[in-house]
Design a protein. Sequence first.
Length: 175
Amino acid sequence: MELMLTGRKIELTDSLRSFVEDKFEKVENLLDDNVEARLVLSVEKQRHSAEITLTAAGFILHTKEITDDMYASIELLAGKLEKLVKKHKKRTIDKHTRREPRLAPAEEPVEASVQDELPRIVRIQHHNKRPMAEREAAEQLRVSDNTFIMFRNSQSDEINVLYKKFDGNFGLIEP
């Protein structure tokens, strides 16, 4: 990382330069070598501001911090910039890992256990156990947001499923 330090209405002492280099060392370790950083330190009345712009291939990060003390501004700016860089790196890593991996031809078939192949049960729904007529089940399905209803048919005493069809009618599944 190439760090360019500029002072506006402030003298850049050696101790200030070494403090800046120490604070931005963590950020430098997170980034590639081909990153340019422009740090501007300025003083206006009692406000000490530190402002940095990172420029690299494909992204630009900019942040600013203002306090009553220049060293505090630099320290807060370094922490904020470190969070931004980590967030950017995580975002780019997530972007690349979201893609479907290319499947290489397997040399030997890999056997998966039966447990891995079965889908998980993520929701259990309990239904009314009392017997009801088909008309009553149709009325309950019509007023509900569900696409089907399971019920015990009062005439046959069997479990039936009544479902909504795309054309607005109902379908009945009997055992």
